[in-house]
Design a protein around this ligand. Sequence first.
Ligand code: PMP
Length: 362
Amino acid sequence: LVQRAYNFNAGPSALPLAVLEKAQQELIDFRGTGMSVMELSHRSAAYEEVHNNAIALLKELLSIPENYEVLFLQGGGSLQFSMVPMNFLKPGEKAGYIMSGSWSEKAFSEAKLFGDAYHVASTKEGQYRRVPQIDELKYNPTDAYIHLTSNNTIYGTQWKEFPDTGDVPLIADMSSDILSKPFDVSKFSLIYAGAQKNLGPSGVTVAIIRKDLLEKANPNIPAMLKYSTHSKNNSLYNTPPTFGIYMLGEVLNWIKETGGINELAKRNEEKAKLIYDAIDQSNGFYIGHAEVESRSLMNITFRVKDEELEKKFLTEAKNEGFIGVNGHRSVGGCRASTYNAVPFETCKAFSEFMVKFQNENR
Ligand code: PMP
C-alpha cells in the first residue's frame, strides 16, 4: 500500500492517486509505442490523440460553447498577466481590474506597462478579506476588458457569483479554482489558469478564449505571445509541454469518471466544511481570514489566536504529517489548500488535528 502524504500544498499540489498510478503504468511503453509520452514526437498521431482528447474533455466537462477555443500555453498564470494586456489593451483604451488580492495586483501592474489600466473596485483596505460585491463594480462601457481573479489563493476568498459585464469582455484568472465547481463559461471572453492546482502538473497553462476576441487582438506582438498564433495551430505552433498535457488529460478523465464538476463541487464543499467548522466552533482559538460570504472552498486561510501558539500549531501540524499548511510567505498564518485531488480523508484528519490541538492548548 502506498503511503501518501497529507498534502495541502497551494500549487503544485496533490494529484489524484489513480492518475499517478496510470501514468506510472504507461510510463515506459505508452500504449504500444515502445516509448514514453515524453519521448513521442509532438507531431505523431499518438501524441495528437492525447492532445486533442484533453481539449475535447475540457470542452465537455465545462460545457464550453462552440464559439470558444481551448489553448495550451506556457509561462504560467504569470505570463497571462502580460499576454492579456499585450493582446487586448490598445492605445487610447482602458482596462478595468477588479482588485481582490496579490494576484490581481500582479496582473494589474503588468497591464500598466502596456496601457491605461484602472481599479474597478478593490478590497485591499480590509486586508482582502472579501471579494467586491457586484454593485461595487464601477466601470466604463467602452473598456477594452474587465479582469478579475476568481479565487484568491493567498487570502482565501472566492467569487460565488460572477458579474455580468454585458458587451465589455470579462477576463478571469481561474488558476486556483477552475473545474472545482460549475460556472457559465459564456459570461467570459477569456479564462486562463495554470494547471498546477486543479488540472495537473505545472508547465501547462489553459486558456479558454471566445473566438471574436481573438480577432480584436493587437497584431504587432511576438508570435509566441499572440493567442491567435496558438489558436491557428491547435496549440502546436511550437513544441508544447507534452507530458503535462498528457497528465492534464488524465486528470480530466479522472474528473469525468468521478462524476464531473457537480460531483467535485459537492465533495469540495464537504471537504472545506470540515475545516471551516473546526475554525467556527473554536470560540476564537482559530480565526478565519476571509469573511464568511467570500470564503474559498479551495484555500482555507486562518490564524491561531496568538503568535506563539501559531508557531507551535504549524510545527505540530508538520510533525503529524500535514504538508503545506503555512500561509503564503507574504502574509503568514495558516492555509490549507483543498483542491479537487485532495481527498476527504486528508481534510478530515486535519480538522481532527485542529480540534485536538485546541483541546491540548486552550
Ligand atoms: N494567479 C493565481 C490566482 C495564482 O494562485 C497563481 C499562483 N499561485 C498565479 C496566478 C501565478 O501562477 P504561475 O505560478 O503559474 O505563474
